[in-house]
Write a protein that binds this ligand. Structure first.
Ligand SMILES: Cc1cc2nc3c(=O)[nH]c(=O)nc-3n(C[C@H](O)[C@H](O)[C@H](O)COP(=O)(O)OP(=O)(O)OC[C@H]3O[C@@H](n4cnc5c(N)ncnc54)[C@H](O)[C@@H]3O)c2cc1C
Ligand code: SF4
Ligand code: SF4
Length: 427
């Protein structure tokens, strides 16, 4: 019998009714998340069916790949930024895939028990952190390859070459299209340099966790956008103590998150080519600095309107409320000073790795006060990503948004159908 022929588990309907009832009863996200987790942990149902019908088929899946990398019996494939339930019949009802989906529930309030946020762990609207600086690689080769200050690549190479890391889960590019991302388990300086720079399409970096686990590559760093960071934390923090979750908890020693307003569709690359009137194959790098800054293969730099490019933002990014990678050990972005990486050190593990690279002369820093606009933007962009947004579970499905004719994730809850009207109701 193929997986397609396996009848949908009738228990899933009961779980779905309970899930929606909990949502109505507990509007506080954490209270709700706790109640949901308790319900979920009773188990006894084919969670893959629940995940597919509640998240994937509704178009709410953000593509983080957590469900794929946690499944102990390899139920899923991953295609076109989504999990595919390729082997449903293999499901052992462990419910791990539903437990680690960041769209189904926010990361727990009890996360500090796992992640040691470093004092003073201030939260000024962009997540708990200890201190922030502008940072950049001192090695000109790393700086040159990096998207901003090359801090992320310098930190990872430093870890690999000093032995504090055995490998790193990064994003690479497809051989025939350098703007489309794919996952890579990096083991050497060359691997890391090949992955440096940002692609603004979605790159399923964390799929490389499977290779790391199978080959026991550790200690491991993970670099990813906030949805991937949350997925990793949920996997590490699982209350269902299966070997896979244990491996991630014990062996992922550093999680580096990239600030993220949104990612863009694959189609966006061809559209950008049209906007700047060059074949997309000539685009070497894209950076977003209030406008879209495009470097071409002959070194020429041209710009395009960010407002126009935003029409090609990934609709799924609506279901994400995290700009600053709030649950990472270190968070990094390109706002503020050009050619420097705005770096927030959030946890004790992040501090140890970052300070070691500074002490060994691999990374240099400047205070955030050198360009205060960086912090201002961080606050503003983080707030914008949460503004008016309820829990993803309470948001409309992709199909409902298509019917409303408003797919832009950035404006749905500010100017679009989700924005409050003058009397405080939704439009
Ligand atoms: C989709 C996306 C959206 C972003 N949005 C913002 C933003 O709104 N504001 C902001 O300040 N910064 C944003 N950034 C972060 C910024 O582009 C830089 O990644 C960050 O400043 C670190 O720069 P660096 O020079 O230190 O990194 P580098 O040394 O160049 O290392 C970058 C790392 O990013 C990884 N990577 C590349 N592309 C992807 C991808 N698509 N998904 C996951 N990992 C990837 C690579 O594996 C590499 O390890 C975004 C990044 C991405 C990928
Ligand atoms: S959001 Fe992540 S965990 Fe949830 S279904 Fe999609 S890929 Fe799986
Ligand atoms: S906006 Fe959120 S969901 Fe979209 S790519 Fe960035 S972190 Fe992931």
């Amino acid at each position: 019998m193929t997986s397609v022929d396996v009848p949908r588990d009738p228990e899933v309907e009961r779980v779905r009714r309970r899930y929606h009832r909990l949502l109505e009863e507990a509007s506080d996200p954490h209270e709700w998340a706790y109640a949901w987790r308790t319900e979920l942990n009773k188990g006894g149902f084919r969670a893959v069916d629940f995940l597919m019908s509640e998240i994937v088929e509704t178009g709410k899946c953000i593509g983080c790949a957590s469900c794929v990398t946690i499944c102990p019996v390899d139920v899923f494939e991953y295609e076109d930024e989504h999990p595919v339930d390729a082997r449903r019949e293999a499901c052992v009802y462990c419910v791990l895939c539903a437990e680690v989906c960041p769209v189904l529930r926010p990361v727990d309030k009890d996360l500090p028990r796992l992640v040691e946020f470093r004092p003073p762990a201030t939260d000024e609207g962009f997540g708990r952190y200890s201190y922030g600086v502008y940072a950049r690689a001192t090695d000109p080769k790393i700086l040159d390859r990096g998207q901003d200050g090359g801090m992320v690549s310098a930190l990872i190479i430093h870890g690999l070459e000093t032995g504090t890391l055995g490998g790193a889960v990064l994003g690479d590019v497809l051989p025939d299209n350098n703007q489309i991302g794919t996952h890579r388990l990096a083991r050497t300086r060359e691997d890391v340099l090949a992955c440096a720079g940002s692609r603004y399409t979605y790159s399923p970096n964390t799929l490389a966790l499977l290779e790391a686990m199978r080959n026991d590559v550790r200690p491991l760093a993970v670099v990813g956008v906030p949805c991937q960071v949350d997925g990793v934390r949920l996997q590490q923090n699982s209350s269902i103590r299966l070997e896979v979750a244990d491996w991630y908890r014990d062996n992922i020693s550093l999680v580096v998150g990239l600030f993220c307003s949104e990612a863009f569709t694959h189609e966006s690359i061809a559209k950008l080519g049209e906007m700047i009137d060059v074949p997309p194959s000539r685009i070497v790098n894209i950076n977003i600095k209030g406008k879209v800054v495009v470097r071409l293969d002959d070194g020429e730099v041209v710009t395009a309107s960010l407002k126009k490019y935003r029409e090609f933002a990934r609709p799924a990014c609506l279901y994400c409320l995290d700009y600053g990678a709030e649950n990472a050990d270190i968070a990094a972005g390109g706002i503020g000073l050009d050619d420097w990486t705005l770096t927030l050190v959030r946890t004790e593990a992040g501090h140890r790795a970052f300070q070691a690279a500074i002490d060994d002369g691999w990374i240099e820093t400047r205070p955030l006060t050198d360009e205060p606009r960086g912090e201002e933007l961080l606050r503003k962009l983080s707030a914008a990503k949460k503004k008016n947004r309820p829990l993803p579970a309470q948001m409309p499905t992709l199909q409902q948004r298509q019917a409303l004719g408003w797919l832009d994730p950035k404006t749905f809850y500010t100017k679009g159908p989700g924005a409050p009207t003058d009397d405080g109701e939704s439009r």
